[in-house]
Design a protein. Structure first.
Length: 317
């Protein structure tokens, strides 16, 4: 089972509503920490990692902003952790762009990234500068990285093919354009920070197969309204409401104020009947499901069942 954890909380350390700028993706053996938040978010992230004894994570900085790299820097400089690697943009490329455009803010952020990389190398942590279409594979976790806005704070897009999950860049990106340009069809995606996620984007995402999205509520209720109008299930990671969502062959739940998104992949399941919001389906051990007429055990007896093209039982014969 590959999982996505999204540590979230209601208020930041300065008293304002804040957002979840960190995620943990794991397959039970390998742990990918995507961004590290800042302030209270960093504290919660590190608490979660230590509570679950995650000492050997792979670290990622998807956007060179303080709210993304702060927690990663804290993990690198905490001797309890022994990170297996750091993945990020090349700071020298960002620094060159910043100086050519006389952008002091970007220059400072690029220099901060260089300092983080120096700390990582001091501890013997391997550092990888990500390039467009680069593939990262750790165990059952496969990541394809797209460099959509390298000149703009080194923003990266992460695509998890097995999860059907997309983490978009954080700087005013149109996530639908990202998906279309890179030929990806997510079931679950994160709405970009600072992005005006209008109804057209929401509808376009729904049309390419998206079912769920999560947001940090930074733009108030407009994102939620547009998503729900388009038929997407919207998850606000600030809310502490206990909910559960069935996601075709996966499930999204919330526990201990952390959203966990689970999806199947080959070799991890018992052969069994499964029910979700769309109905009953029959899962084989390799994660695939029955289609058409199939003879199966039901209440201890052999019986014939008909499954539609999506794998759900058809009744009323």
């Amino acid at each position: 089972m590959i999982r996505i954890w999204i540590p979230s909380f209601s208020n930041s350390d300065d008293g304002n509503n804040t957002f979840a700028d960190s995620q943990i993706i794991d397959d039970g053996i390998n742990y990918e920490v995507i961004d590290g938040s800042s302030g209270l978010g960093t504290i919660k992230l590190i608490e979660a990692l230590k509570t679950h004894n995650i000492r050997y994570p792979y670290l990622h900085i998807s956007t060179v902003y303080y709210s993304h790299y702060c927690g990663i820097r804290e993990i690198i400089n905490d001797d309890w952790f022994e990170p297996k690697g750091l993945y990020c943009s090349n700071p020298d490329s960002l620094l060159l762009v910043a100086r050519n455009t006389n952008d002091k803010e970007k220059e400072i952020e690029a220099l901060n990234l260089k300092a983080i990389i120096k700390d990582a190398k001091r501890r013997g942590i391997p550092v990888t500068y990500l390039t467009d279409n680069q593939i990262i594979q750790h165990g059952d976790i496969k990541i394809v990285c797209y460099c959509n806005e390298q000149e703009n704070h080194g923003s990266l897009c992460y695509w998890f093919p097995e999860l059907k999950y997309c983490i978009s860049s954080d700087v005013d990106e149109n996530i639908y354009e990202i998906c279309k340009n890179n030929n990806i069809n997510p079931v679950f995606f994160r709405i970009p920070y600072n992005n005006n996620f209008d109804f057209e984007q929401a509808q376009n995402m729904k049309n390419i197969g998206a079912l769920y999205c999560w947001d940090n509520n930074h733009n108030g209720t407009s994102n939620k309204t547009n998503c729900e109008k388009a038929g997407l299930i919207y998850i606000d990671c600030i809310d502490d409401v206990d909910c559960a969502f069935a996601c075709k062959r996966g499930i999204i739940t919330q526990g201990s104020k952390n959203w966990i998104y689970k999806t199947s992949y080959k070799g991890l399941f018992e052969q069994e009947w499964v029910e979700n919001s769309d109905g009953w389906w029959y899962r084989y051990k390799d994660g695939t499901w029955a289609i058409g007429w199939t003879n199966l055990k039901s209440r201890g007896k052999d019986a014939w069942f008909y499954f539609d093209e999506n794998g759900y039982t058809v009744t009323g014969w």
